[in-house]
Design a protein around this ligand. Structure first.
Ligand code: SAM
Ligand code: SF4
Length: 338
């Protein structure tokens, strides 16, 4: 493959352009959300996890190949030691190929880092928050304190970050609490996106908690006036405007409405495995190439490996959840990053 081919736009065999890279910088987390992790997690040995320098190098290669947006995630990205050095390094690529650098966080450490994130060039953050009830929050996260997240959201807004809240929808209390989340988010100018729970990690029960967003949306339409708005984010969320609040509400429905045909993203896990689809098993190992002896040739080798993987990007995920069955992937969201 020639050098000019390597610089061309990344596209898969279905003609989908890949411009968005999500990078899990750690599999570790300071919470244990019930839908994401088991209580007694065993985390990866540190030597299997890419160094911050290795992550930055891989990101540079992807940006050289046409990636325009990078989101750091995890695990919890802000628990990774010295992660702000990575943000600073990636921030230098903004305007030099990279259009946006962002993160998804549980928000617990956001009050400590919000201003530094802005200095690094971050303009928007996604904060995960499934309830405003302190007891329910503790239950979902197993031991988290909601006050840390609320302080983090405050700090982010004060620092000038645009904040979007993400909430995983589940059957039960969530169905009534979602109204409070809407008022809270929209009252402070934040979008709220509702995410359908995905069957990642087989040890985690699903059929009990799964709430199709089609049902939740129908319920919401009985209480709120939802006005569809054209998609402007290029992401999988479909947005409506809530007439009563003026704010935007998004629905990410991987289970009940397949969004794969417009997928523009690939994911890198914290060990350097590249996944071209979150809902399929296939991946390629970039760490071995990256750590190979002949470092001068590595960039071309990396580019060729990435091109090959993206050409084989699957058409769609294989998830399904029925009344009595779950078909998913035995890998939790925390390994690969949501
Ligand atoms: N720790 C950070 C956080 O919670 O935002 C980043 C990583 S977390 C894996 C990213 C997103 O994935 C969060 O919004 C979380 O709620 C969501 N998530 C985790 N497990 C999920 C599942 N099984 N189905 C749907 N979303 C899930
Ligand atoms: Fe941690 Fe995020 Fe998973 Fe919750 S969803 S356990 S905060 S990685």
């Amino acid at each position: 493959m020639s050098e000019s081919d390597n610089k061309s736009t990344l596209a898969d065999s279905f003609g989908r352009k890949v411009t968005y890279l999500r990078v899990s910088v750690t599999d570790r987390c300071d919470l244990r959300c019930t839908y994401c992790m088991s209580e007694d997690m065993t985390f990866l040995p540190r030597n299997e996890v890419l160094s911050l320098e290795e992550i930055e190098r891989l990101c540079q290669v992807f940006v050289g190949m046409g990636v325009r947006k990078i989101r750091l995630t995890g695990g919890e990205p802000l628990v990774r030691r010295n992660v702000m050095e990575l943000f600073d390094g990636l921030g230098t690529m903004l305007g030099n190929g990279l259009d946006e650098l962002t993160l998804t966080t549980n928000g617990t450490l956001l009050s400590r880092h919000a201003r530094d994130l802005v200095s690094a060039g971050v303009r928007r953050v996604n904060v995960s928050l499934d309830t405003l009830d302190a007891g329910r929050y503790r239950g979902i996260t197993r031991f988290g304190s909601i006050h840390n997240v609320l302080a983090g959201v405050d700090a982010a807004l004060t620092a000038g970050l645009k904040v979007k809240l993400n909430a995983v929808a589940s059957r039960g209390a969530f169905e009534s609490e979602v109204d409070d989340l809407i008022r809270f988010a929209h009252g402070q100018g934040m979008d709220l996106t509702l995410i359908e729970e995905m069957p990642l990690g087989f040890g985690l029960a699903r059929t009990e908690t799964h709430l199709p967003l089609s049902k939740l949306r129908a319920d919401l339409e009985g209480r709120w006036k939802l006005i569809p708005v054209p998609d402007s984010t290029g992401g999988p969320a479909r947005y409506v405007r809530v007439a009563e609040t003026g704010g935007r509400l998004g629905f990410i429905t991987p289970m009940s409405c397949n969004f794969c045909s417009a997928c523009n993203r690939v994911r890198l896990d914290c060990t350097g495995r590249l996944f071209t689809c979150m809902g399929q098993e296939g991946s390629v190992d970039l760490r071995t190439v990256l750590r190979g002896e002949d470092s001068a040739k590595n960039t071309t080798l990396l580019e060729n490996t990435i091109h090959g993987a993206i050409e084989r990007k699957p058409e769609g995920h294989g998830f399904s959840i029925g009344r009595n069955h779950v078909s998913g992937i035995d890998r939790t969201m925390s390994v690969l990053g949501g």
